[in-house]
Design a protein. Structure first.
Ligand code: EPU
Length: 357
């Protein structure tokens, strides 16, 4: 391996436990190539591709469930960090810590990214699954994305229109065709927040729907909300040893809504079911469905190595000694329980490597 990567500038490490590199803190061993510059990242992926060696790209490790056997190829760790400001934009290298980027924009007097505060992971991961929170999806702020095309080896800028953004998805997700090298985000030079579209957040800030507030105020409120749900990393709090939301909120075709509402009523009686209009149907709340299907916060109980977060049913968490197998078993129980009771199939949000649900 060292011959293949000798001229790439990457640092090679053997038998690295991947658990140490993921927020779920599970995953067996692999060879890791650390790339601290974009040039070395490009050269490393090109060299591995030319040699036919399987590549797993890993940056913040916050949206990955890696199996206990690890990974047989090379884990390319995106460890670039540069962040550069323009008059109304910020350019972040892919490995830059996402929340550090958001914090830097707010501190520099810019608005636009504050609703996306406190999200674990890297800047380069945000377009891949069109990260979203508190009424903003990152596609609304992306100007362009620097990509390495792995079929040709070329590096180029892609426009947002090419990226096929949808709810928690883009053409970059579940595809190995391109590597994100850097992302440029549009900012609001007047320091106001993006329009507030999330009821819970707007109420906290005493703002009308669609109103704005200074970005720093919104960032502080979002961090409070997220922390209350266990969605801000804290090594001392096992509720945050997660991949964020483990399932996406299911979007079902409109003609299935009635059937699902009837199934819910049959199980839990006459309740108001939270649903949201979506472009291609109706979005249900996965956290709500999980809880009403009988999986309370903290399920299955304090002694289990893998449990639902005690603060939010949508986060599967490692209590310290969980294996990937423990998490997969829990995910299946929850998914199958919701499907049996309500006839809705939940799909996992994290990328799975070496495990299938
Ligand atoms: N709910 C429960 N029990 C729970 C948690 C939630 O019943 O334990 C119900 C409540 O009715 C609540 C509703 O679910 O009103 C929605 O919960 P929440 O506001 O926390 O949002 P979410 O839909 O569960 C989504 C994103 C989060 C994002 C928040 C805030 C997905 C899959 N998740 O969660 O994103 O932070 O909205 O915008 O879309 C992530 O993707 O990893 C993530 C954390």
């Amino acid at each position: 391996m060292s011959e293949v990567l000798s001229a790439t500038g990457a640092r090679l490490r053997d038998s690295v436990p991947l658990a140490a590199l993921t927020t779920l803190r599970v995953g067996g061993p692999a060879t890791v190539a650390d790339c601290v510059t974009t040039d070395s990242l490009v050269a490393t992926v090109r060299a591995l591709d030319a040699a036919g060696i399987p590549v797993l790209l890993l940056a913040g490790g916050s949206n990955l469930l890696i199996g206990d056997d690890g990974f047989g190829g090379v884990v390319v760790r995106v460890a670039t960090t540069a962040v550069e400001f323009g008059d109304d934009r910020v350019l972040a290298e892919a490995g830059a810590d996402w929340d550090a980027v958001v914090a830097a924009t707010v501190a520099a007097g810019f608005g636009g990214l504050e609703c996306l505060s406190g999200i674990p992971g890297s800047a380069g991961a945000t377009p891949v699954q069109n990260v979203g929170a508190y009424g903003v999806e990152v596609e609304q702020t992306i100007r362009r994305v620097r990509l390495l095309d792995r079929a040709t080896g070329d590096v180029r800028w892609a426009e947002p229109g090419e990226l096929g953004f949808g709810y928690r998805t883009s053409v970059l997700k579940h595809s190995s065709a391109a590597v994100v090298l850097a992302v440029e985000f549009a900012l609001r030079p007047d320091g106001t927040s993006a329009p507030l579209r999330y009821g819970e957040l707007a109420r906290m800030l005493d703002a009308a729907d669609g109103g704005t507030r200074p970005a720093a105020q919104v960032r502080a409120a979002v961090l409070r909300l997220r922390a209350g749900k266990g969605m801000v990393l804290d090594p001392a709090d096992h509720d945050t040893w997660s991949a964020g939301s483990f399932f996406t909120n299911p979007v079902v075709p409109r003609d299935q809504e009635r059937r699902i509402l009837d199934a819910i009523a049959a199980h839990v009686g006459d309740v108001t079911v939270p649903t949201y209009p979506a472009p291609d149907g109706v979005k249900f709340s996965a956290g709500w469905l999980i809880e009403r299907a009988g999986f309370a916060k903290g399920f299955p109980g304090p002694d289990a190595p893998a449990r639902l977060s005690t603060k939010h049913t949508l986060a599967l968490t490692n209590r310290g000694t969980a294996t990937a197998a423990d998490l997969v078993a829990l995910a299946r129980i929850v998914r199958d329980g919701v499907a049996d009771r309500f006839g809705v199939r939940l799909e996992p949000e994290p990328v799975t490597i070496g495990v299938t649900l």
